[in-house]
Design a protein around this ligand. Structure first.
Ligand SMILES: [Zn+2]
Length: 92
């Protein structure tokens, strides 16, 4: 069990690594097309997954997800702001 601070630091580091080495047209954990992309690590990380892997990844640890959007045309946006789908994390 991680403390919140340690988890925050872990997320920051992992967020930087993850984004750099993944094709935007594949889920980060398998070869399927991504279905959802998220802004996480308090907004510093961008990740994209198929539905199953998003569930798995987000349940593993506290990911500090601030935004979640449906992927457009099977490819994650270069920048999360380029994806104009509604933010599914917004509670209004
Ligand atoms: Zn997957």
């Amino acid at each position: 069990m991680f403390s919140r601070t340690l988890q925050y630091v872990r997320n920051q580091v992992e967020a930087r690594l993850l984004c750099a080495r993944h094709s935007r047209s594949k889920c980060m954990m398998c070869d399927k097309a991504p279905e959802l992309e998220v802004l996480w690590a308090d907004g510093r990380g961008h990740a994209w997954f198929c539905k199953d892997h998003l569930d798995e990844w987000s349940n593993e640890e506290e990911r500090e997800i601030v935004s979640m959007k449906k992927v457009v045309d099977g490819k994650a946006a270069e920048k999360m702001a380029d994806n104009k789908n509604p933010n599914l994390m917004r509670k209004d």
